[in-house]
Write a protein of this length. Sequence first.
Length: 186
Amino acid sequence: MLDLIRKLRVNFVIYSLRKNNLQRTMKQNTILNFSKLKYRNGVIGLVLNKDKRILIVQSIDYGKDEWRFPGGGIEIGELSKNALLRELLEELGTSKFEILKKSDVVIKYDWPLEVIKKKLVDKGKTYKGQTQIQYLVSFLGNSDEIKADKKELRKIKWVSFMDLRLYFKFPGQWENARKTIDRFGI
């Protein structure tokens, strides 16, 4: 009887492994129709501290020289400014932010193919890229009050406007930031 139970367990484990591998293979081999992919709605904040330095963050899945403004996705039915405040709280562990202005510049960009594939495999869905609404935000607290979520962010850094271009490496990222900063009159 014990031999039969062991055989059933082994066969179940083998079946489970095969099923998981098949699902993973199916996800990886899914043919994407890029013309039908949509853009993810996102929001970012150009966060300034009392010294007029700008907050940038490094996502855990970014390279060591890749940075961005804090922010994230907008949930269905959520207002963009509420989404930004939620994302700032989630990523930075504090709610000491005040939204000052909304930019009239909306960024739209395509994700690299590797990112599209990874999101499909990891989440079962993906997007072509992202549109981002931008806000000017004031940080009302002290820097030591920011507690970066280690599941999302590797590092945070306050930089001057002049140094921002050293950190923004993605195509068009520095140009978009400069245009928005100019519009905000910073």
